[in-house]
Write a protein that binds this ligand. Structure first.
Ligand SMILES: NC(=O)c1ccc[n+]([C@@H]2O[C@H](COP(=O)([O-])OP(=O)(O)OC[C@H]3O[C@@H](n4cnc5c(N)ncnc54)[C@H](O)[C@@H]3O)[C@@H](O)[C@H]2O)c1
Length: 210
């Protein structure tokens, strides 16, 4: 059975915020950046930042830190954010439409090239420039547009059934925004997105520090 577990998940989750700090430093004209500076900007331990960055294969230079351009390349390459990925949104409702308009994903080379829905009043419409197709057309559109990732934003009661349709039609990875734990063949990669976990951290911080 194929496993998709990553041992260094917390480090991977921190890399995008490092990337943001390093890109800002580059815009400010800095050529080198230290692990200590990144850690202070993000309120982390410097040792943690250095360990996380070591994952990308880059080493800092004594007394100088990391060369900014190389660090950006190393993080983007580790995250595969220097490679174009093509995806569709399935469920063009409130959240689906918001994601269609979220341009940050394009900066990371994730291109949403189609949306799918079962609501006839949405089919044929465009949201933020992306057309909505009937879910019945997914197999045809996968061949035409060449995407293999789906962002699942359907109501939770349709989630499992819709995910099975996606898997049957050749989708290889599902970014699941519903709160249903999907049961799918082991070769399908599923990433569950849970906004409540961010709120959990915020709630605990408010209780402890306010
Ligand atoms: N709105 C949010 O901020 C938010 C945040 C986190 C998670 N979610 C989750 O995301 C999902 C969508 O939430 P929403 O607020 O966008 O709902 P919504 O009702 O606005 O949109 C759901 C869309 O999915 C479509 N749909 C229904 N069944 C479908 C199917 N089988 N195939 C394709 N499309 C189908 C509907 O026609 C509708 O357009 C829910 O599971 C929700 O729990 C929403």
């Amino acid at each position: 059975m194929k496993q998709h577990k990553l041992l260094n998940l917390p480090s991977i989750r921190r890399l995008p915020s490092y990337l943001q700090v390093v890109k800002t430093a580059m815009e400010e004209g800095k050529e080198y950046i230290s692990g200590t500076y990144i850690s202070q900007e993000l309120e982390l331990e410097a040792i943690q930042v250095r360990k996380d960055l070591a994952l990308t294969g880059i080493m800092g230079r004594p007394r100088m830190g990391y060369p900014v351009k190389e660090l950006i390349n190393a993080i983007e390459s580790f995250l595969q954010w220097n490679t174009d990925q093509y995806a569709c949104v399935v469920g063009a409702g409130n959240l689906g439409q918001a994601l269609l308009g979220f341009n940050e994903l394009k900066k990371h080379k994730l291109h949403i090239v189609a949306a799918f829905d079962v609501d006839k009043s949405k089919i044929g419409k465009k949201f933020h420039g992306t057309e909505v197709f009937s879910l019945d057309e997914i197999g045809k559109k996968i061949k035409e547009l060449g995407f293999n990732m789906a962002i699942l934003t359907v109501p939770q009661e349709s989630a499992q059934e819709t995910a099975e349709i996606l898997a049957d039609n050749g989708i290889k990875a599902i970014w699941n925004f519903t709160n249903i734990k999907l049961k799918l063949p082991s070769d399908i990669i599923v990433q569950q997105e849970d906004l409540s976990s961010g709120y959990a951290v915020l709630s605990v911080k408010m209780a402890r520090f306010s």
